[in-house]
Design a binder for this molecule. Structure first.
Ligand SMILES: NC(=O)c1ccc[n+]([C@@H]2O[C@H](COP(=O)([O-])OP(=O)(O)OC[C@H]3O[C@@H](n4cnc5c(N)ncnc54)[C@H](OP(=O)(O)O)[C@@H]3O)[C@@H](O)[C@H]2O)c1
Length: 281
């Protein structure tokens, strides 16, 4: 894999959702490449653990414990980085934090899913992107999902949000490339993170492609300068299926895979992301 000079994205990187899973791997790999870090997440314990691992690699690391869905916390994050020369933003925080059939669910909870997965990356890209445009260099990474290619039950808002961020990132890439700012939307398939373990996914589903957080982050960093969208290796067919024009067949097939993954009957259960590299979705 062609590794760009990651130190060129320094001196500081902000990794939003940088405590666990893929975000923690982005942090550690950036630290190993010589970039100082600001790590953001809600839970202080995992945040400090990851920060310490990065400090052990010789970097300066600051942490901000914040719930990004709370406007005052989002402002606090931005203010905390005001004195720093930020060359890279990794917008990793995201989740289907409320799994319910849409019309049976609580609209206010769905709005929180939208806030975390759409409004927060927009606000952060606006804030840091403007600073990077002014300095004439930098990078913005947004994190997508195969869920952003296909509608799925109990995924209605999350999937739509990930589709939004993909298209948003493509436009941002166009607008910033002449300013020397790289934009990459990294599309993940099922990835074995602590959050997904807690959700109880069936990672042993036959033929399922399961990514490792360290490999996913490494692939994102390797493709950072290329933009606008990179689908993590092994998930290309999942993304291609999501672009099929027979939407009913594609959506129903994806629904079957989702149900198996979540160990639920095909007409209920929770939400997640799936690609097992097959073309039946
Ligand atoms: N894992 C997968 O299978 C998969 C598949 C497709 C796409 N993705 C996407 O990949 C990204 C990372 O997923 P992951 O599985 O690594 O998730 P994760 O392990 O839960 O990591 C998410 C990070 O975001 C932080 N976070 C979550 N909500 C937050 C909030 N409201 N405010 C501040 N920080 C918050 C978490 O820390 P705290 O909980 O302490 O806040 C954590 O550091 C997400 O954008 C997700 O949508 C994941």
């Amino acid at each position: 894999m062609n590794q760009p000079d990651l130190a060129a994205y320094g001196p500081w990187a902000v990794v939003v959702g940088g405590s666990e899973g893929v975000g923690a791997q982005f942090a550690e790999q950036l630290a190993a490449a010589g970039v100082d870090l600001v790590l953001i997440a809600r839970k202080e314990g995992p945040l400090e653990d990851t920060a310490q691992r990065c400090r052990d690699l010789g970097r300066e690391v600051r942490t901000v414990s914040a719930d990004l869905t709370v406007p005052a916390d989002l402002d606090r994050v931005m203010r905390a980085t005001d004195p720093l020369d930020v060359g890279l933003l990794v917008c990793n925080a995201g989740a289907n934090s409320y799994g319910s059939d849409f019309v049976d669910g609580d609209l206010a909870e769905f709005m929180k899913v939208l806030t975390l997965n759409v409004a927060v990356p927009m606000a952060l890209a606006h804030h840091y992107g403007a600073r990077m445009k002014k300095r004439g260099s930098g990078g913005v990474v947004t994190i997508g999902s195969l869920s952003g290619y296909l509608g799925s039950s109990q995924h209605t808002v999350y999937g739509g949000a990930k589709a939004f961020v993909r298209i948003f990132s493509e436009g941002l890439w166009l607008e910033l490339r002449d300013a020397g700012v790289d934009v990459l939307h990294l599309v993940l398939g099922v990835t074995d993170t602590p959050a997904m373990r807690r959700a109880g996914l069936d990672f042993d589903l036959p033929g399922l492609v399961v990514g490792r957080p360290d490999e996913v982050a490494a692939e994102g960093l390797a493709h950072l300068a290329e933009g606008p969208v990179h689908v993590v290796s092994g998930n290309e067919r999942g993304a291609a299926v999501g672009a099929k024009t027979d939407r009913a067949r594609a959506v129903l097939g994806h629904h079957r895979l989702m149900s198996e993954l979540m160990k639920r009957p095909a007409d209920g259960g929770r939400a997640s992301d799936v690609n097992r590299g097959s073309d039946d979705a």
